[in-house]
Design a protein around this ligand. Structure first.
Ligand SMILES: Nc1ncnc2c1ncn2[C@@H]1O[C@H](COP(=O)(O)OP(=O)(O)OP(=O)(O)O)[C@@H](O)[C@H]1O
Length: 309
């Protein structure tokens, strides 16, 4: 079964608000794709259009090559959790899942499987109204997994969860991707995706800002800089500048070097007899890389007073 979600030139406007402004990206199988952008960037609207809940003004969203609304067994093609609170409070988790399974021609035994997969065994016979946020998220995830779909989509699944809940969801998403599924997960906080996503689609103001692997983004943001610690700052700076590096003192015994790889810095200093106590590639955090990418989108929102929801 084709495990891709493909968005092509998708556009959506609400009155004078342009929510999605020509988005194109593909969510491929076997990896977790993080869908990241500041509040109001258009993530939920895009996901709603993928599910056929909002009609695009232009463009297409395809699941396994077809619009979601035309799929014959949609839960078996794309599982989604957009709003974890969308369950009747009086309904027990198990009954909710049984009803969903029945309506979609999914065998009853799958209900107990997804209850186990999502760690809901202890709570499945209690009304959903009494659930904690973490349990509601688990129920939403159980429903998304019900049809054993090759593609999955989660809107802010870790929002408001405690560290244990976040770690659990992260591990689950990774294992779903490792099974070959396409997994799209949104967040407005890059830190929530650290260690959880392989690929990133970063959006701002309804447009793609970056569509990149996490590795590429981090090495671009790290900018080939080397952090040097030495008690002989001046001599070190002279030697390295002579070799063509750009050097900047950022402390009494620390220097940031750009334009030379770490091995070359070591070789030059050793050759010139300049002692040093540390040389390390500067490694940007995902959060740093993201802040840099989305700076303009955030500034725009601050000026216009935010998304206004
Ligand atoms: N039904 C709607 N009616 C009017 N405006 C809407 C509607 N849905 C979304 N918008 C607007 O569209 C823009 C994009 O919203 P969307 O919810 O898709 O962003 P988001 O990236 O999911 O944000 P968040 O991280 O806050 O969930 C926002 O300006 C929002 O106010």
């Amino acid at each position: 079964m084709d495990a891709t979600i493909e968005v092509r030139d998708l556009r959506k406007r609400f009155g004078s608000t342009v929510a999605v402004d020509g988005l194109s990206f593909t969510v491929g199988p076997g990896q977790v794709t993080g869908f990241v952008g500041p509040n109001g960037a258009g993530k939920s609207t895009t996901m709603r259009m993928i599910l056929g809940l909002d009609r695009p003004d232009a463009g297409t969203a395809l699941v396994g090559g077809r619009p979601y609304r035309t799929l014959r067994a949609p839960l078996c093609r794309l599982g989604a959790m957009l709003d974890a609170s969308a369950v009747h409070p009086a309904r027990r988790a198990r009954d909710h899942l049984l009803w969903l399974a029945h309506a979609n021609g999914i065998p009853r035994r799958r209900v107990d499987e997804v209850i186990a997969l999502s760690g809901l065994e202890g709570a499945a016979r209690r009304p959903a109204g009494g659930y904690s946020l973490g349990m509601r998220q688990r129920l939403g995830i159980a429903a998304a997994l019900l049809g054993d779909p090759p593609a999955l989509m989660f809107d802010e699944p870790v929002n408001g969860l405690d560290p244990e809940g976040i770690a659990w969801i992260r591990a689950l998403l990774r294992s779903l991707a490792a099974e070959g599924r396409a997994v799209l997960v949104s967040s407005h906080l890059m830190s929530e995706l650290e260690g959880g996503a392989d690929h990133l689609v970063v959006i701002g103001r309804g447009r793609v800002i970056a569509d990149t692997s996490v590795e590429e983004l981090l090495s671009a943001a790290s900018g080939g800089r080397v952090a040097l610690r030495t008690g002989h700052r001046q001599e070190a700076m002279t030697v390295l500048a002579h070799a063509g590096a750009t050097v900047a003192a950022d402390g009494p015994d620390s220097v940031t070097v750009s334009g030379l790889p770490a091995e070359r810095v070591v070789a030059l200093l050793t050759g010139a007899g300049v002692a040093f106590s540390g040389v390390a590639e500067h490694r940007a955090s995902l959060e740093e890389a993201y802040m840099e990418l989305t700076k303009d989108a955030v500034e725009f929102q601050a000026v216009t007073g935010g998304p206004g929801r």
